[in-house]
Design a protein around this ligand. Sequence first.
Ligand SMILES: [Zn+2]
Length: 534
Amino acid sequence: MSSIGQITAYARFAVGLRRYLHEPATAELGREAIGRLLLERESSFLTLVRRAVYENERSPYLALLQMAGCEYGDLERMVRSDGIESTLTRLRDAGVYVTIDEFKCRKDIVRSSTAIHCEPQDFDNPFLHRSIATGSSGSRSPGTSTRMNLDRSRYHALNYTVVFSAHGLTGRPTLLCMPILPSAAGLGMLLQSSKMGVPPVRWFSPVQGRTIRPAIAKRLATLYAVYAGRLFGVPMPSPEYVSTDRTGLIADSLVGVLKRGQGCVVFASPSLSVRVCQVAHATGRSLAGATFVASGEPLTPAKMNEISSVGAGAVNLYAFAECGIVGFSCAGEKPVCDDIHLIRSSVAVIQRRRDTPYGGGSVDAFLFTSLFNKAPKILLNAESGDYGVLETRTCGCELGDLGFTQHLHTIRSFDKLTGEGMTFVGTDVVRIIEEVLPSRFGGFSIDYQMMELEDKEGRTRLNVLVSPAVGEVDEARVVDCVLAELSKGSDTNRMMAEIWRQGGTLRVQREPPHLTKGGKLLSLHIVRGGQVDL
Ligand SMILES: [Zn+2]
């Protein structure tokens, strides 16, 4: 965006922020908004596709629909007679979907003999205003630039009010433990919790601007929102940098808030949540009354156990930058701890069986369709790189009673490595494993492998396997080399690599790379509870 464009966006943002902060989100308003959106679900979908796809000749989905011979009238008839999900399934079978590589423009879209070349902005939502451009906590690949939008933030805050009500968290004080921009998650949560009338007591960022050197516009955006918010009467905290070895500071602050007797909601990645709980455990303190709202990586049974062991609870949130929030923890009986209600008011999901690029097996990938005209990107059967279980069931919790009857659980990624809420796409890591490490430390591409696993304390670890055949290597230098390579390219990458460095997420393991059950050697070996048919 040009400087003038940036200034105009900031000016619009300020005007919107004032109004935004003066209309508090309540659970009652949340239930009303969701109920209305569920009633209008089909119309919203049709209007969005008509305007953002059929009337937008740059849309990659338009070419796919034309190849499938689906005119707008056909789509409308199918939706009105069979519903959205059934229509999406028929479209998928006719080739109307985009894989994660196509969605991120890492590859052309190829169907039959036709190739469609796309640029990342071709997937942009053309109807967004009052937005500030941000990065994402995603990868270095193109197409991850998304926009902070107050209308979307309002909708997310309304969802949160209902979720807080379902989980008995309404009105509790909050702590924010998420990175500053270029990750949009921290600033987004600051705005949403402020809208709910519970701005964070403190904001702890696991990264500092000095280390990751974000673009000036991004540094200004954070300060701008905080100071504008204060000007409009909301006591928004400035971000405070807390390195991993000072996690005790967060635990101290949390215990301090809990002493007020009103509980506390902590917005943090599952890894950081676990680390706070471990510090509390080591110092013999209970975190009863604390609830971690955990997002950015899977909330696994091991992590949940660590959180429960100090008396705290966790509410799982599933979101990704291009779509926004997809779902929230069920408040009823759950088959597994990461079970979420799909927010059907704004998202539709079906699945597609596909081979995994690194797992050596196949998975039921999620295909997302956004029904919300303020979504960062237009999604029509678009992969996010995740797979898992999709099912419809009655759970008896408030979210189910609202009409959120579809659940997703056991959600894992098939193309990314995730740790500490940060993800790098597999292709970036493969290049380092297969090319950079052998050239720097000797051996061949098959002598190295990156393995993602969870240790017995619930922490996600990424082990760099170095075959003994390579001979003597300086393990610290291997870790430094991988982090230096990962941090290249953008401030988002520097931020993610810094978080991995601090978290001690990467370790060297001297053993030969593992083979899949099919006997294949893959540069990435992802060990996840038997969900991939390796
Ligand atoms: Zn439920």
